[in-house]
Design a protein around this ligand. Structure first.
Ligand code: ATP
Ligand code: MG
Length: 352
């Protein structure tokens, strides 16, 4: 498996190092044939090449099987004329990584703000909604009509609804067989109406999976009250963005939030959180988000290629994380005393 590694900004390089140590240990244990190419995007790329994402990188990434990307300080990249392209949005769109899979679960012994223990997955549509734009690297589709009036456009298409619904139902068959479609069809009747129609169609094709529909505002309350009742949550781009930060934090820390951005041909492992500039360079960041993301990337690759060893490696990384967490080998955000490097090493050591 050929993986391109882009460490990113802020805490990115630190958590990427920790994730690579774990990946190396898992590869040795399961005999994976890995080929890593180290490259840059974000501020480091801006320093070297005058742009946060140099043009040739897309072709390099397209030749590879996957991408491991640290968080990017996308807030800093608002001026495209100065080389500021949002690498995350760029790869999601150009590689058509339509499904952003964001698991969240609690761990025994780790304090969390949820009322109950839970284990769920947010499946976030990743290519359209409010983030759809011709000028895609910059993010949203917005226009100033007058200096004091802005219009933001939200694009929803039937094929994108259908494929995200299918991804969610397929995932639910391997879990507890329950999909919750989160929407705001009472206000966004056409767009979210279409999204719900496609979820209902998918439900007919997966008779073993139960579909429930919940309005997004009620969902926020229900997630606090009892996240344990949810299995797979499928939703449009922005709702998924917001709800998945909430579910990561509910599980104990945003630093536990892993994700894979999956398409048909490509996938990108990426922490669900941002670059955390407030704690960058201090060996304080929780690396488990990116470590769990790497496990998801291996799982995606194995599922696609019939590579059992990759799926077994993914399961052992998850098990090693659970062991390390339950043993209290964790960073300060989870109430532990380890630094970033030591927390990564605690997982890697369990794989050796
Ligand atoms: P960005 O603009 O890149 O999103 P941000 O300032 O919004 O950066 P986030 O990365 O979104 O910061 O993080 C929000 C909060 O969560 C910050 O206080 C940050 O320190 C904390 N945080 C984020 N990731 C981690 C992590 N892996 N470990 C510990 N704390 C984290
Ligand atoms: Mg942020």
């Amino acid at each position: 498996m050929h993986i391109i590694v882009l460490p990113g900004d802020g805490i990115g390089p630190e958590i990427t190092d920790a994730a690579l140590a774990v990946l190396d240990a898992a590869a040795n244990r399961h005999g994976l044939n890995l080929n890593l190419t180290h490259d840059v995007a974000g501020h480091e790329s801006l320093r070297r090449y005058g742009t946060t994402l140099r043009p040739g990188l897309l072709e390099i990434v397209k030749q590879a099987d996957g991408l491991l990307m640290g968080p990017m300080s996308t807030y800093d990249y608002t001026d495209e004329s100065k080389g500021g392209i949002n690498p995350s949005a760029y790869f999601r769109k150009r590689l058509d990584l339509f499904a952003n899979i964001r698991p969240a679960r609690t761990y025994p012994g780790v304090p969390h703000p949820a009322m109950r223990d839970f284990d769920l997955v947010v499946v976030r549509e990743n290519t359209e909604g409010f983030y759809a734009d011709r000028n895609m690297e910059k993010g949203g589709a917005e226009m100033l009509v007058t200096p004091d009036v802005c219009i933001s456009l939200r694009r929803i298409t039937r094929p994108c609804c259908a494929r995200i619904a299918k991804a969610a139902f397929r995932l639910a068959t391997a879990r507890r067989g329950r999909v919750t479609a989160v929407h705001k069809a009472n206000v966004l009747a056409l767009g979210d109406g279409m999204f719900l129609e496609e979820c209902r169609k998918a439900a007919e094709r997966f008779p073993g999976v139960v579909l429930e529909e919940v309005i997004v505002d009620a969902m926020a309350a229900l997630l606090i009250r009892d996240p344990s009742r949810f299995d797979v949550i499928v939703t449009t781009n922005m709702f998924g963005d917001i709800l998945s930060d909430m579910t990561a934090e509910l599980s104990g820390s945003i630093g536990l939030g892993g994700s894979v951005n999956a398409g048909m041909e490509h996938a990108m492992a990426q922490a669900a959180h941002g670059s955390a500039p407030d704690i960058a360079g201090q060996d304080r960041a929780n690396p488990l988000s990116l470590i769990l993301s790497v496990a998801q990337l291996l799982d995606w690759h194995g599922g696609r290629r019939g590579g059992d060893a990759y799926m077994r490696a993914a399961r052992s990384i998850e098990a090693a994380v659970a062991e390390a967490v339950s043993a209290g080998d964790i960073t300060a955000d989870l109430g532990g005393r380890l630094g970033t490097r030591a927390a990564g090493e605690a997982v890697a050591a369990r794989l050796r």
